[in-house]
Design a protein around this ligand. Sequence first.
Ligand code: DAH
Length: 344
Amino acid sequence: MDDLDAILGSAPERIEAARTLEALSAVETELLGRNSVITAQRRGLGQLEPSERPAAGARLNEAAQRLQGLVDERRRMLDLEAEDRLLADDRVDVTVARRSLRTGTSHLITQTIDEIADIFTAIGYQIADGPEAETAWHNFDALNTPWWHPSRLESDTMYLDYGDPEDEILLRTQTSTVQARTMESQPPPVHIIAPGRCYRTDTFDATHSPVFHQFEGLAVAEGITFADLKGTLSYFAREYFGPDRTIKVIPHFFPFTEPSAEMHVSCFACDGSGCRVCSQSGWLELLGCGMVDPNVFEAVGYDPAAVTGFAFGGGIERVAMVRHGIEDIRHLFDNDLRVNEQFV
Ligand code: DAH
């Protein structure tokens, strides 16, 4: 029994000294396992006088319970510590500064195309498309452009196949081709907006680029009038340049519209009083437009007696340059990041 007191006296310290679960299990085996003093004494109970057995047994049980209690308590502590360590290892320090990557954005031309497409799809227009390598028929003949028109010359238009008028293939000079293609392929009514790339044999300078972009609009249905055209273009001008803009349309000529007009928008920089942006005129020339010529309807198989329509077409670079005050079209093609990053 003296052994038992010694064990009970030293046990708390030994249990406390176990720093790991493994070490604690070893101590537990020593104190309470098969070869422990307590187990040996239990086995020896039978050799005591029967009258002494209950008291001795009770003492052994009590000692074993105390030791087990201490071991269990220590085990709980070690478990908690292990969990804390795991959590600490897994911890993410959200305050650490991440190396930020520079992300790109769309080019201003793409942004402008998207914005114009949004403006027109918002009032029910559908986006239409056509090939950049185009037949001379879609680029000129269907659009009421006579064979002798100077724009058809090789000096103005880039041909992939030139010579035989039936088979000529060119790089389209205007998105007006999409008018012809769309009407060919579907009956009226038509409401389309067609942004796309165009080509002309222009020398690359401050206001010309041999590759550029246009957007084409076409609305065909019964009873469409010039007033509808003006209303639609006013809407576009307000959406794209701001709510205070007004427009004017002045007579012009295009082969595929009759009457034809040029649309001007009041200068957003001076509100029409005249400034550097609008060359003192108060107006900015923006795009061509008009009522679809009956000859165009006939060329694509529409009945000019049944429907009327309007069309308009403008340069994407042109409207973007006007709005953003860009003075040289080459800024849009040089891809100098110092320029591009101004339009994010
Ligand atoms: N296609 C013409 C050009 O490139 C622009 C244009 C004018 C388009 C009048 C039209 C229009 O649809 O009706 O200069």
